[in-house]
Write a protein that binds this ligand. Sequence first.
Ligand SMILES: CC(C)(COP(=O)(O)OP(=O)(O)OC[C@H]1O[C@@H](n2cnc3c(N)ncnc32)[C@H](O)[C@@H]1OP(=O)(O)O)[C@@H](O)C(=O)NCCC(=O)NCCS
Length: 477
Amino acid sequence: MSFEPRSIPVDPDAKGALASKGLDYRLIDPSDTEALDGWIDADHRGFHHARPREVTREYERRVMGERRLHGVFDPGVPDPDVPVATVSSWPTGLSVPGGRSVDGWAVSSVTVSPTHRRRGIARAMMEAELRAAEHAGAAVAMLTVTEATIYGRYGYAPAARAATIEIDRRRAKWNGPSAPGRVHFVEPAALRDAAAAISRRAVARTPGEIDRWAGILDRMLGLVDPESDASRALRAIRYDDEHGQPQGFAAFRVTREPNEPGWAEFDVFAAATDDAERALWRVLVEQDFVTGVRGRLRSVDEPIEWLLEDPRAVRVVDVTDHLWVRIVDAAAALGARRYGAAGELVLDIDDPLGYAAGRYTLLASADGRAVVHVPRSDGSTDAASATASNSTAAPKRERSRARAAGSEGSGSRAAARAAEPRSLKLDVRDLASIYLGGVRPSVLARAGRITASSNGALELADRMFASTRAPHLSIWF
Ligand SMILES: CC(C)(COP(=O)(O)OP(=O)(O)OC[C@H]1O[C@@H](n2cnc3c(N)ncnc32)[C@H](O)[C@@H]1OP(=O)(O)O)[C@@H](O)C(=O)NCCC(=O)NCCS
C-alpha cells in the first residue's frame, strides 16, 4: 500500500473536540526537529521509558519521520512544546491466509499524560485514526496493546496470539530431521541485508505478520546502540540452505548469574522455509551450559514440541492476545484473504461505529478465492472482488454505503440468490477475531458472541475461515 500518510488532513472532529477542552491537536512536521523531539520525549514518558539517549533519539527521528504523528498540546503546562498525548500511524500490509496481504493502517504510540487522563483524549485520537484508516483506503486498522480492555470500544479485537515458550535443556533431545543446510554465527551488522530479505518472505507466509518498516531490524539486531550492554550480549545465527542461500536468522542473549548456567532468550526469529525454522530451533535448544531456552512472541503453533524426543521439554508459559485488528472495510478485508473451503456464507455484521456494518455474502470457490457481495436495496447484490486488497485509496465507507444503497453491481447475482444461504450474525469485533483464523467461529458461538442460522452454518464457517498456518505476529509495534 503506497500512500503518503501525512497527506491526510488533521481530523476536524478530533481537533474540535479537543479544542473545546483547551487543547490543541496537531500533526507533527518531522522536518521540525524540535517538535519531533518533544513528541519523542512525550512518547517515552507515556510508556514509562527512560529519557532517550542520543543514539536512540536519532533512531526514533528516523523511524518516526516516516509516520503520521499527532500530538495534543496544552498551552497551560510549563513545557507547552511537549505534547500531553501522542499517537502515530502509517499504512502497512497485513499478511492474511493464503499468502496474501491486505491494506492496513497501523496505530502505535498511544499515550496520554497521567496529568490529562480520562478527559476523552485517547478517544478523540482513536476515533480520528479510524477515519484516517478509511481515508487511506485501508481495509483494517491494527495495533498491539499494553492492556486488553482499552480498544474493544473502538471495534478492535484480538486476532493473533503470541506465546512464550520455554525448553528445558536437559530434556531437549532432538528427534526431528536434519536440515540440508548449515547454521552459522554471524555478526549482527553483517546480517542486516539478508535479514531484511528473509523477513519479507517470513512475513508473507505468516498471517498476522505486518510489513517491516525501515529501521526495525536495526532495533532487533542491537544496531541502534551497538555499544550498549544489551546489544553486545546479542548473538546472531543465520541458516543457509544447501545452496548457500540465507533462509532464516535468530538473535539471542544468554542471561545468567555468575558461575551458573544461564537461559538463552530470544524474540528475534524469522524463517523463510521450514528447513530454516527447524535448523534454527535445533541450534537454540542444543546449546550447552544453559538451563533452558526461552522464546518470546512465538507462535501458538510452534513445531518445536514435535521435534524433540520428549515433548514435555517444552512448556508454553504464557499465551496472550497480541495483534488486535479492527475491520474498517469488510468487503475489502473479506475479499483479500483465501478461504479453507468452498461455500456461501452470509455475514450480518453489527458495527456500532458504522464502518463495517451490513450484510455481506461471501462466496468462496474451491481454490480459496472469494467474491464478496453486498446487497442492493432492490434485493440484488453488488460484488467486491477478491482483488479488493489492491483497490484504490478512495474512502471505503462511502463505497460500502453506495453498494448497500444501490450502486451498479457486476457479480454473479444468480449464485447469491440461490437457496436460503447459511448465515452468521456477528459483531465487527468477532469478525476481526475470526478473520485471520485465530479462533473458530464455532468457539465464538459457544461463547454466545456469534449466532448461526444452523449448525451447518457454523461448520461451514469453521472450515472457510480456517488458516493452515496459525496467525502469528512476532514483533511489537
Ligand atoms: C490508555 C490511555 C491512552 C488512555 O487515555 P485517556 O485519555 O485517559 O482515555 P480516555 O479518557 O479517552 O478514555 C477512553 C475510554 O477508554 C477507557 N480507558 C482509558 N484507559 C483505560 C485503561 N487503562 N483500561 C481500561 N479502559 C481505559 C476510558 O474509561 C474511556 O471509556 P469510555 O469512553 O467508554 O467511557 C492512557 O491511560 C495512557 O497513556 N496509558 C499509558 C500508555 C498506554 O498504556 N498506552 C496504550 C498503548 S497500547
